[in-house]
Design a protein around this ligand. Structure first.
Ligand code: NAP
Length: 290
């Protein structure tokens, strides 16, 4: 299965490119359908992964003041890529975000289902949701929503690095994505040519406090931070817009027989691996955080 990755220089794109022997990186920036068609004609992929997007630098608040760049990168670009893929009969896996849901769902278990409608306010989340709304109607297309990627590889985009460096951390609980499991699930979705929306989050939910406790246990016992409420994030001027916190259900993956590890098991294994790399002196790669 030859995989062509658009956005292969980004955080998620790079992790996928390095993990898959049968993946190649699309060169340059894509601005038009013709750009994508020529990439397809050159590389002749069986499937395409869209790992490109605009998340804001230094963080997602940037998107609030750069609406057009955010909309072009997260709504228009996926549509352009999808149009070219439809024209050439190439399967597309587009990376979506679980951050289109704010708070609890209307379901008894509070979890958001894949087909629930999003309720985002920030520009970034709205732009991601808009792409989901239209791409989810297409054949040969799937959307894999991820949340708060957690990785053993130190990186500015890794949730572990973010929580370890913030002096004030919000005390919240969420569905999250362990990157090793995500890479494996993306591959299986492409192999199966699955269609529709998938929540690529590990079963169970994780508190920021649990991540920090593991960090202090395995990486840095001298680490300290202040705990604040989610509302304090905006009240104290630490963010322009409140962040999404939610629980996602991953029923659609289960229906396909695709499993991810229970989140606490996967989290501890990831933190141990992360600690080993830190001991070897591996530093976080520079990059934007969201
Ligand atoms: N990381 C997260 O926390 C997170 C959470 C949920 C969902 N996601 C989604 O996952 C996807 C990947 O995110 P990421 O964390 O890997 O972001 P990233 O590190 O910022 O990478 C995004 C990549 O997309 C590229 N790109 C932007 N516009 C492009 C265009 N027109 N043509 C080709 N490439 C383009 C960027 O290249 P340049 O830098 O050269 O512009 C960059 O290499 C995005 O769709 C994001 O919304 C990420």
């Amino acid at each position: 299965m030859k995989i062509l990755i658009i956005g292969a220089n980004g955080y998620i794109g790079t992790r996928c490119l390095e993990a898959w022997d049968d993946a190649v990186a699309a060169e340059g920036h894509v601005n038009t359908k013709e750009d994508v068609l020529s990439l397809i004609d050159k590389h002749q992929p069986d499937v395409m992964l869209n790992a490109a997007g605009v998340r804001g630098k230094p963080n997602v608040d940037w998107c609030e003041d750069h609406q057009m760049e955010t909309i072009v990168g997260n709504t228009l670009l996926p549509i352009i890529i999808a149009e070219a893929c439809q024209e050439r009969g190439v399967y597309l896996l587009h990376i979506g975000s679980g951050c289109i849901f704010y708070g609890d769902s209307h379901h008894v278990d509070k979890k958001w289902r894949e087909d629930d409608f999003g309720n985002p306010v920030p520009v970034y989340s709205r732009a991601k949701w808009a792409a989901d709304l239209v791409l989810s109607t297409l054949p040969q297309t799937a959307i894999a929503r991820i949340r708060m990627p957690i990785d053993w590889m130190p990186s500015a985009q890794n949730m572990i690095d973010k929580l370890a460096t913030y002096p004030k951390v919000i005390d919240v609980e969420n569905s999250v994505t362990i990157v090793d499991d995500m890479i494996d699930v993306f591959y299986q979705l492409m192999e199966k040519r699955a269609t529709g929306i998938f929540h690529v989050t590990n079963p169970g939910t994780l508190k920021h406090k649990e991540i920090v406790t593991l960090y202090e246990q395995y990486v840095d016992p001298s680490h300290t931070n202040e705990w604040i409420s989610n509302d304090d994030l905006v009240k104290q001027g630490l963010a322009t817009k409140g962040r999404s916190n939610n629980f996602l259900s991953s029923e659609k993956l289960k229906e396909l027989g695709i499993e991810m590890r229970e989140v606490h098991e996967a989290m501890e294994a990831t933190m141990k691996k992360y600690a080993e790399l830190k001991k070897q002196g591996v530093q976080s790669a520079e990059g934007p955080s969201c």
